[in-house]
Unconditional design. Structure first.
Length: 201
């Protein structure tokens, strides 16, 4: 039987309230390597993700099922299988490294610093595309108040940018299949040889 969307699997126990509080400001290591097709960039880890040590691990987060339904992975990976993304030339990082109960706890200055750190990371690892998961955070981090979802004009450190909806279960604007369809637009663009136009941001 397949793993239901949002399930963390039998090997991952839910963290206690004390474990969640202890995870505040902790970090979850990047899943990254040179030459990826897509580097997915979240806003920052949830307390749940930091407590268990895996990206997008909070029950209800749609990242893993959306990735599968969009055609990026042949099956739905569990959060603890995140390292297998590298086999598919995919990776994960965050704009802000520290875990919080809500992304609203991050200041605009912190997001801007995260954007600058991300710029250096892109220059080092050179993914084919950076996919930022959250339009509001992208607008703040890169001073692009009029940005919309989808491909962005120009590049950052020579890397084309595509903004996708945040997969959090708190994002009520998108149901799972709608989210997967939007993610699938990036998959289709990559298959068609997507590349952004200069200049750099």
């Amino acid at each position: 039987m397949g793993m239901p969307p949002g399930s963390s699997g039998p090997s991952q126990q839910r963290p206690t309230k004390a474990m969640l509080e202890a995870a505040r400001n902790a970090e979850v290591p990047d899943i990254i390597a040179p030459g990826l097709d897509v580097l997915f960039c979240g806003i920052n880890p949830s307390l749940y993700s930091a407590a268990v040590g895996h990206h997008f691990a909070r029950p209800g987060n749609r990242f893993w099922p959306a990735l599968h339904h969009a055609g990026f992975t042949p099956r739905q990976l569990r959060p603890q299988e995140e390292a297998r993304l590298l086999d598919h030339r995919l990776g994960i990082t965050n704009l802000a490294a520290r875990a919080t109960a809500s992304a609203a706890e991050l200041s605009a200055a912190e997001l801007r610093r995260g954007g600058e750190a991300l710029r250096h990371k892109l220059a080092r690892y050179r993914p084919r595309v950076l996919a930022v998961l959250g339009i509001t955070a992208y607008r703040t981090a890169f001073a692009a108040p009029k940005a919309r979802l989808g491909p962005q004009p120009g590049c950052i450190a020579g890397v084309p940018i595509w903004v996708l909806p945040n997969p959090s279960g708190l994002n009520a604007h998108y149901r799972l299949l709608e989210l997967a369809a939007v993610y699938g637009e990036l998959r289709a663009a990559l298959d068609s040889g997507f590349a952004a136009a200069p200049p750099d941001q």
